[in-house]
Each structure stands twice: as C-alpha cells, then as structure tokens.
Design a protein around this ligand. Structure first.
Ligand code: PEP
Length: 252
C-alpha cells in the first residue's frame, strides 16, 4: 500500500495570525466534512495531511498541529547546511523547527528564481541528508504539451533531478505547469497516465506520486479514484479551510 498524501502549498500566503485562524477553522471543518465524523487524529492518520507553509509560519503551524497527525512542510531549502547565502534557509534549520517535508523544484521556483535540475538535485540530497522527505515537482508547460514533448521533458527532469537520490525517502508530484493556478485541471485519466509513466520510469513500486494543478473540492473525488494517483499537492484551494478539509476528506 502506498501512502496517501494530501499536501497543501500555501505559497506566499498567510501571516502567523492568519495561519492560526486557518488551523482553528480547518480542525473543525475536517471533522464536519468527514463522512464518519472521525476525530481529527484518525482522519489524518489514514491520509497524511501536510501543510507546506511560508518559513515565517513554520514554528506556529508545527506548534498548533502537535498531536493532530498533520505534518508540516517547507517550500524550499538550500543545499548547504550553513554559509553566506543571504535569504536562504537550510535543512538543519527546518529540522529543528519540527518540519518533516519540503517541496523541491516547484515550477514557480524554476520559472521565477532560476532553479535548474542541477540545483533541484542538490536540494533533494540536502533534504534527505537531514531526514526531511522532499516532494519533487515535475511538469511540462503548455507549449511543451502542445509540441508532444510532455513525456520526454518529464523523464529528463526526473533523470537529472534524481541522480544519486534515495528513491525510498521521496515523494514526486506531477504538476503540469499549465494547470497550476489556472483553474484548468489536467483530465484525471491523463494525470493517471503520466503518473503511471513516471512510476514505471523511476522503477520504485512503493513511491507515492501526487497530482497537482487546480485541485478543488469539486474534482478531488475523480482525481483520487485514479489507481496511479497517491494524493494531491494543492495550491489555491489549500488556503481556504473548508475547501481543503473537503479535499482531505475526499470520498474514496
Ligand atoms: C501548486 O502550487 O503546487 C498548485 C498545484 O497550485 P494550484 O492548486 O493553485 O493550481
């Protein structure tokens, strides 16, 4: 059985006060949107909920989710443990805060901050060196899809990003760039096909592979009904507690 992961990516949203408010409402919404009215801890222990929040929210979210079963993730990390890298955050800093997951290679990092497969690879190695589980994001642009380059592009990203990386302690998220924040979801069957291809290429039967790109309460059930899809990475819809709770409590 591959673990089911429901991860939210808050991107650059929410102050500490807003994070506290979210968590209060999310706890209640998780229980009321659960079909079985199971307590928070049970709901999330069967499906690992992860909140990937801005650095400034990490300590608050770790503290406020203690004992709830919710795991906390960061949205990036530097490959060195310390040094003259102004504005960067390292693995040991995240570990000390109680962070367990970290997103690496999100398309926004690649597009706006010049991340390459080489630096993605270094960040993945740094995360694993410190016992963090990296969530590696891969995905094609609209142009690449239109040119029929989806498969070759993703396999290239995987080969370069994963060189020398431990495939046991890793999560991959397939996030077609054209579906991120656009409201345009990749058809569930198509996401399933690409994720199957990723699984076959990586050759790791137990690897959890997520789908990301305009996931909402209205499409989660169909997405999670796909046999290759082990969870979701959710941007916009993870900012709203009721919406994200409904996603976490998708109906299998
Ligand atoms: C993301 O940020 O990884 C993402 C998938 O965003 P959205 O759900 O808003 O498309």
């Amino acid at each position: 059985m591959r673990p089911i992961l429901i991860a939210g990516n808050w991107k650059m949203h929410k102050t500490q006060a807003q994070a506290r408010e979210f968590l209060r409402e999310f706890g209640t919404a998780l229980q009321s949107s659960s079909q079985d009215s199971v307590p928070l801890t049970r709901t999330v222990s069967e499906r690992q909920v992860i909140l990937c929040v801005p650095y400034t929210d990490l300590a608050v979210v770790v503290e406020q989710t203690q004992g709830s079963g919710i795991a906390v993730g960061a949205q990036n990390l530097h490959w060195e443990d310390q040094g003259a890298f102004t504005g960067e955050i390292s693995g040991p800093m995240l570990v000390e805060l109680g962070v367990r997951y970290v997103i690496v290679g999100h398309s926004e990092r690649r597009q706006y901050f010049g991340e390459s497969d080489e630096t993605v690879n270094q960040r993945l190695a740094a995360a694993q060196r410190h016992g963090l589980i990296p969530i590696l994001c891969v995905g094609e642009s609209k142009h690449q899809r239109d040119q029929g380059l989806t498969e070759s592009w993703i396999l290239e990203q995987l080969d370069r990003g994963l060189a020398g990386i431990d495939l046991e302690h890793l999560v991959i998220a397939y996030e077609p760039i054209w579906a991120i924040g656009t409201g345009e979801t990749c058809a569930a069957q198509e996401a399933n096909r690409v994720i199957g291809l990723i699984r076959q290429h990586v050759g790791q039967a137990h690897l959890s592979i997520l789908y990301g790109g305009s996931v909402k309460a209205s499409n989660i059930d169909e997405i999670m009904a796909q046999p290759q899809i082990d969870g979701v990475l959710v941007g916009g819809a993870s900012l709203e507690p009721k919406e994200f709770a409904r996603i976490a409590n998708y109906q299998a």
